[in-house]
Ligand binder design. Structure first.
Ligand SMILES: Cc1cc2nc3c(=O)[nH]c(=O)nc-3n(C[C@H](O)[C@H](O)[C@H](O)COP(=O)(O)O)c2cc1C
Length: 440
């Protein structure tokens, strides 16, 4: 790793360049020292910005106060402020010996620091050159994998509908460390979603009936995609009310910045949300073929658990050309308020997700893995690395985390870190070695 040496060539950065270089060098000997030194470097670099920029003034030595100054935030941006705060908090915890730090956490600190000093160089430097972070020796190599031609930093995706368009999570998650984000479902026309109560908590999960609220494909392409592309692998989840809709959406989304298209043929919350396609093998195949013939992007088909035999649908969409399958979507459920005697949700029924559905999802991934040859992205109730490991063992090549993001927005990073520890404990060199290894 040699990410910070360029700073040494610029005399104007002498106040913080050595701290950055020292922090990076420490990575090879101690992750705890590394994160402590990153904190020192952040401190020095933030103070340098205060001295260099007449638009911000603030005194005091307190890094927290300096970072949270609105004037500083306005110049630096919310995203970087979040990254600096991460370094500050992790560094403080290391200084106070609260716990030991992992390679991944140290690397995240270094990456955040790197983003900040690049920003400094871009804004105040005389000869800025864009650089990409050169990963660590240890880093995420054990998790790096591939799916339908997409290079995945980790096999952990954020599941559609639970992670917005990814950008909302930038302060909590290093988006580049995700396999990708399955963005909220997009339809041809904008949709307002269902009315009334749309979410209710259940034992170990939640029921939702959002009803595919989204801005429509046109706005997604013109406003949202330009903002988020290149930040992460973007899988666009789409839904339609006819076979032609899916073909048209796939055609429109065959653009730079979209890594893959995920066909939602399994939304239980609206009549035209695709579930009629997801519960009928012939219809599922037609939708898949329509999308495949309209795009060169990988087509992932998201299966519904609300069927008797999920393998029949899986086989049908594989034969129609699906490049991968994702499963499962939510299970149809209902809750009744015993005092009003009315269903809690405005839509009467909703989709059950979260921990409660994990055993169903693992079973379905295991069954489908034996029925098809295309890769599977497993999801349903994943809240920890241990949960994700069950899906890999059952045959998933990657996993997606949904409901758990609501309770803990940075959960995907923790799952990645803990999964590495688990794999090392199993003496495995890469996540691929775990896929399908359940002993039956
Ligand atoms: C609030 C909410 C909104 C969702 N929206 C979508 C969606 O737009 N498209 C889709 O394919 N799945 C959607 N899902 C399903 C999730 O992507 C995922 O398949 C499911 O929740 C199971 O994973 P989990 O238990 O980790 O949440 C949604 C789930 C929730 C909880």
């Amino acid at each position: 790793m040699n990410n910070f040496s360029f700073l040494a060539e610029r005399s104007e950065y002498r106040d913080f360049s050595k701290d950055c270089i020292d922090a990076e060098a420490a990575f090879n000997s101690s992750f705890d020292s590394c994160v402590k030194l990153v904190r020192t470097a952040v401190d020095a670099a933030v103070k340098w910005v205060y001295a260099a920029d007449e638009k911000i003034s603030g005194d005091g030595d307190n890094l927290k106060v300096l970072i949270s100054n609105p004037a500083f935030g306005q110049i630096v941006g919310k995203n970087l402020v979040g990254k600096l705060n991460y370094c500050r908090k992790v560094g403080n915890a290391a200084i106070h010996n609260e716990r030991e730090f992992s390679a991944a956490e140290a690397e995240t600190c270094l990456r955040n620091l790197f983003d900040f000093v690049q920003w400094i160089d871009r804004r105040y430097g005389k000869k800025f050159t864009a650089r990409t972070f050169d990963g660590t020796c240890d880093g995420d190599d054990i998790l790096r994998t591939e799916l339908c031609g997409m290079k995945l930093a980790t096999p952990i995706f954020a599941a559609s509908g639970t992670f917005g368009f990814g950008e909302e999570f930038e302060n909590f998650v290093d988006l580049k460390r995700l396999g990708g984000v399955m963005v909220k479902c997009i339809t041809l026309k904008p949709r307002r979603g269902n009315s009334g109560v749309r979410i209710t908590e259940t034992p170990s999960g939640m029921l939702n009936s959002i009803g595919l609220e989204n801005p429509g494909v046109e706005k997604f392409l013109s406003e949202i995609l330009p903002r988020i592309k290149h930040k992460m692998n973007i899988v666009v989840n789409v839904s339609g009310s006819s076979v032609e809709d899916y073909g048209e959406l796939a055609r429109l989304l065959d653009v730079d910045g979209v890594s893959a298209i995920e066909l939602n043929i399994s939304c239980p919350n609206v009549k035209d949300g695709g579930i009629i396609f997801g519960t009928d093998a012939r219809q599922a195949a037609l939708v898949t073929a329509a999308a495949k013939s309209a795009t060169k992007k990988p087509v992932i088909v998201k299966l519904s658990p609300n069927v008797t035999d999920i393998t029949a649908i899986a086989r049908a969409v594989e034969s129609a050309g699906a490049d991968a399958l994702s499963l499962i979507n939510t299970l149809m459920g209902m809750e009744i308020n015993i005092y009003t005697r009315r269903p809690t949700l405005g839509n009467l029924t909703g989709g059950l997700s979260g921990g409660a559905i994990k055993p169903v999802a693992v079973r379905m991934v295991w069954q489908v893995a034996q029925a098809v040859n295309v890769p599977i992205i497993g999801m349903g109730g994943i809240r920890s690395a241990a949960d994700s490991a069950e899906f890999f063992l059952a045959g998933a090549s990657a996993v997606a985390v949904g409901t758990a993001n609501f309770a803990e927005p940075s959960i995907t990073m923790k799952i990645a870190d803990d999964l590495k520890t688990y794999l090392r404990g199993c003496k495995l060199n890469n996540i691929r070695e775990l896929v399908g290894k359940v002993a039956t």
